[in-house]
Design a protein around this ligand. Structure first.
Ligand SMILES: [Zn+2]
Length: 593
């Protein structure tokens, strides 16, 4: 028991580990010294890493190791000047995370100097040849990796095979066994051919977890609630003078992030046909003459806000046809009297191609976290040239006399478009998320039906994996209606990670907002809300403080109860007064007679 000093030779990360009594490593307990907020700072001995004056050496890789022992062993060994080895982070069996080397400094962990320079090393309690990694460990490590991927813009992919000889020629997540031997780059495991973390490390599970936490905005290292806002820049709130506007954007991100908003859905194509980024497909909103999306991406990143882009898919003018449809009449939908609508025909291949080009431009040219389709719906019973042609070919029937069949047909075309956007986005970058903003209530008698009245089959989009999640637009100030919407949406989607509830913040006061947020997070156990809109929040400090108060204190219907008590007391007094009056009258009457 007593300080039995054994020197073990290890095949893996550390060449030797001194095993002392448990928990006698030095920790100065300065959590402030860690970069990752969930880690405890236990600095490595200064002889075990190379300090760097640079802010970052260009982190491109995350290297997964195992310790061949416990976290304690690694903590003590990296504090021992004989080790000549270190790692940035250590993850224990119970999910506890330690940081030992600053991310900007160069930990000695790969057996390849260039990879040491361009990577972050994470050691895990466990053995390459034993099935001992725990779920707590996977989860804690995945949160850490999600944070690192976001910070250094690293793709969430497990690199296949040995990583490139020059670390600048790739990027991703690898095991130590994939680090090339600098002398013989076709061999892995660095100069001494380590093979950790070994065959028991479950890469598929791990990468899926990383994606989950990345997406849930793991910047604080926690599986946080998603509090998102839809942000558009078509309103008068936003200045058309570049410098004023830029200040507004940074100010907005700061205020939103302080309130607890951690995700933004930014409008990049509006329902009138204009875009808010540098496009060769569609015209920029005339108000701006700079790349709006690019600046918004940078501002969001500064405040650790996830940024998804949303585009209006099938509306081109919405109420009345816009310039685009007026010059592309065969791509429009028409009412049954031949009047052109402000909606595009989802069966028009030209229109679909154009929309896909817009998606392609955005996901290829901007560092965004996902793409969202808005107004991915069309009015029922509307006719379109291209769709009609396909319908006649398929059924040999007229749409006009087969409206149910026709609406089903068009609904399928809308779903097909969602599927294409999903395929295109994932083929460009697998870590991007595809979502859709949808009407509340899938199909509920007497309440609503996005299925029938919007031709929007979002249940199918979820079950067929055409989208990663939907955001329902459950906008109402009527709390009972809101509950009805949310309950239906939970029931339809089944998987709570696939639905975020859109809240109409502009309809609510502070208390109403807290009440609806509470119904989503606390009563319904869902992961996120999306508030419409950022403008409404920025115009109301009351709403912004409602968000932060809810996230800190939760919701207790105090004010509401107080109100009811006052109401109850008041009605009791009124009643007593009436009764008293009645008795006095009766008494007087009695006395007179
Ligand atoms: Zn290793």
């Amino acid at each position: 028991m007593e300080l039995l000093k054994v020197i073990l030779s290890l095949m893996f990360c550390m060449t030797t580990v001194s095993v002392l009594s448990p928990s006698n490593f030095k920790t100065n307990g300065e959590s402030g010294a860690t970069e990752y907020s969930n880690a405890t700072w236990v600095p490595a001995n200064k002889n075990n890493f190379s300090p760097s004056e640079k802010e970052s050496n260009g982190v491109r890789w995350i290297v997964i190791h195992d310790i061949e022992g416990s976290a304690d062993a690694a903590l003590r060994w990296f504090q021992d000047e004989r080790a000549k080895a270190s790692a940035h982070y250590i993850v224990d069996y119970n999910g506890k995370v330690y940081q030992m080397v600053k991310e900007k400094d160069i930990a000695w962990h790969t057996g390849n100097w260039k990879y040491n320079v361009h990577s972050i090393g994470i050691e895990h309690a466990g053995f390459a040849d034993k099935d001992m990694f725990t779920d707590e460990e996977y989860v804690a490590s995945a949160k850490l990796v999600a944070y690192l991927c976001k910070k250094y813009n690293i793709s969430i992919v497990h690199w296949e095979g040995i990583a490139p000889e020059d670390p600048n020629n790739g990027s991703g997540i690898i095991g130590h066994y994939q680090v090339p031997d600098p002398k013989n780059p076709s061999l892995g495991g660095g100069v001494s051919h380590h093979y950790d973390p070994g065959n028991y490390w479950n890469w598929n599970y791990f990468i899926a977890l990383v994606k989950k936490f990345y997406y849930l905005n793991a910047t604080a290292g926690e599986n946080k609630k998603v509090v998102a806002a839809w942000l558009g820049m078509y309103s008068d709130y936003w200045s058309s003078d570049y410098n004023t506007w830029k200040n507004q954007v940074y100010d907005a991100m700061e205020r939103l992030s302080k309130a607890g908003v951690n995700t933004i859905f930014f409008l990049a194509k509006d329902p009138w046909g204009y875009v808010y980024y540098n496009s060769s497909v569609a015209p920029l909103n005339k108000k701006y003459n700079w790349d709006v999306l690019k600046e918004v991406c940078e501002a969001a990143r500064k405040y650790n806000i996830s940024l998804h882009v949303y585009i209006n898919a099938l509306s081109e003018g919405e109420d009345t046809p816009n310039f685009y449809l007026l010059s592309h009449k065969d791509q429009a939908l028409y009412d049954q009297d031949g009047g052109m609508l402000g909606w595009a025909d989802p069966g028009s291949e030209e229109y679909v191609e154009r929309l896909l080009s817009i998606v392609k431009e955005i996901v290829s040219n901007y560092k965004v976290d996902g793409i969202q389709l808005d107004r991915i719906r069309v009015p029922p019973n509307a006719l379109g040239k291209a769709s009609e042609e396909k319908f006649r070919q398929t059924y040999n029937k007229d749409p006009e006399s087969n409206m149910d069949l026709w609406n089903n047909f068009v609904r399928e075309e809308v779903s097909e478009l969602v599927k294409k956007v999903h395929e295109l986005t994932k083929s460009t970058n697998t870590s991007l998320y595809v979502s859709a903003a949808v009407f509340p209530v899938y199909d509920l008698q007497g309440v609503g039906s996005s299925l029938r009245y919007q031709l929007q089959d979002w249940k199918k989009w979820i079950s067929s994996n055409y989208v990663d999640f939907v955001c329902t637009m459950a906008y109402t100030s009527d709390f009972n209606k809101f509950k009805l919407y949310v309950d239906d949406e939970v029931k339809v989607t089944q998987d709570p990670s696939k639905v975020y509830i859109g809240i109409g913040a502009w309809l609510l006061n502070k208390n109403g907002l807290k009440e609806q947020m509470d119904y989503v997070f606390n009563k319904s156990k869902l992961n996120g809300v999306v508030l419409f809109s950022a403008d409404s929040l920025l115009n109301s400090n009351e709403l912004l403080s409602g968000i932060s108060e809810y996230l800190k204190e939760g919701y207790t219907p105090d004010e509401k109860e107080k109100f009811f008590i006052i109401l109850l007391v008041a009605s009791f007094l009124v009643l007593a007064f009436i009764l008293l009056g009645f008795f006095l009258k009766l008494k007087r009457k009695f006395l007179i007679t």
